[in-house]
Write a protein that binds this ligand. Structure first.
Ligand code: HXC
Length: 262
């Protein structure tokens, strides 16, 4: 499927789509070209039923993504900065709202836009070597790809504000402690653990998994009554799937379900 990208690698294996941000010389910093490629790849993935789970990682030993590309932002005017922020926000919203679950396998520095990209993923698995932070205030800017919004939603207002105001970097253990990442694993196990989690999700009823994602994503922006009403609708929809019939029949027959994703 996928066209060739200059700054991304993409491979598909047994329903898992693996995106590798690939600008190791700049610690995988997101320049305009890389974001445009990610945007195009998200459009392709949204239409690709053969990819059931997506993993995002960074190439090289050192970095997941060391932020937006500072050399590109350095000369920007106020209007250009605003447009750049809006573009990145749109790409990350697209990633967040892909029908497939997205796992960030954070292999190293996840700073600024890199931390923001990880937060736009559904689940974050960190290598013990990963480091997180929103160092924007050390550069004279605020986060601009959703960090001021997703960070407090993930870790709470107080912890988010400390990270945002100080620009401090935290290690993977601290990121785990404050709920920024789901688990921390030795570097050499990172991709195996991410693929293992992806394989487990893949073994479940795909429509139900996608509807869980939609219910959480849509519901988090609603009041509770509207959120549970939305849940009732997606719950009902499951009964129109073959996998619901299979899942419940398998249970009553005391065997393992054989899901088809239909
Ligand atoms: C452009 C970057 C970069 C970045 C690293 N590089 N981060 N280039 N943009 N964000 C480049 C370096 O310039 C250097 O290039 C090469 O990658 C290796 O980095 P070093 O600094 O030499 O490595 P090291 O000393 O190990 O330090 C690693 C580091 C540091 C701590 C991660 O690179 C760093 O602080 N980077 C910036 C992190 C940051 O501030 N990110 C937030 C950006 S703002 P050369 O050519 O010299 O080898 C942001 C805003 C998002 O993300 C929202 C926008 C709207």
């Amino acid at each position: 499927m996928m066209g060739q990208f200059e700054n991304l690698l993409f491979e598909k294996d047994n329903g898992i789509g693996m995106i590798t941000i690939n600008r190791p010389k700049a610690l995988n910093a997101l320049n305009g070209a890389t974001l445009s490629e990610l945007d195009a790849l998200c459009d392709q993935l949204a239409k690709d039923n053969s990819v059931k789970v997506v993993i995002v990682t960074g190439s090289g030993e050192k970095a997941f993504i060391a932020g937006a590309d500072i050399t590109e932002m350095q000369p920007m005017s106020a209007v250009e900065g605003r447009n750049w922020g809006k573009f990145g926000q749109a790409v990350f919203n697209k990633l967040e709202n892909l029908p497939q679950p997205v796992i960030a396998a954070v292999n190293g520095f996840a700073l600024g836009g890199g931390c923001e990209l990880a937060m736009a993923c559904d689940i974050r698995i960190a290598s013990e070597k990963a480091k997180f932070g929103q160092p924007e205030v050390t550069l004279g800017i605020t986060p601009g790809f959703g960090g001021t919004q997703r960070l407090p939603r993930l870790v709470g207002k107080g912890r988010a504000k400390e990270l945002l105001y100080t620009g401090d970097m935290i290690d993977a253990a601290e990121a785990y402690r404050i709920g920024l990442v789901n688990k921390v694993v030795p570097p050499e196990e990172l991709l195996t653990v991410a693929k293992g989690m992806a394989a487990k999700i893949l073994s479940r009823a795909a429509v139900a998994v996608q509807l869980c994602k939609a219910a959480v994503n849509e519901g988090m922006d609603m009041d509770l009554d509207s959120g549970v009403a939305y849940e009732a609708e997606v719950f009902g929809l499951c009964f129109a799937t073959a996998d619901q019939k299979e899942g419940m029949t398998a249970f009553t027959e005391k065997r393992k379900a054989n899901f088809t994703g239909k």
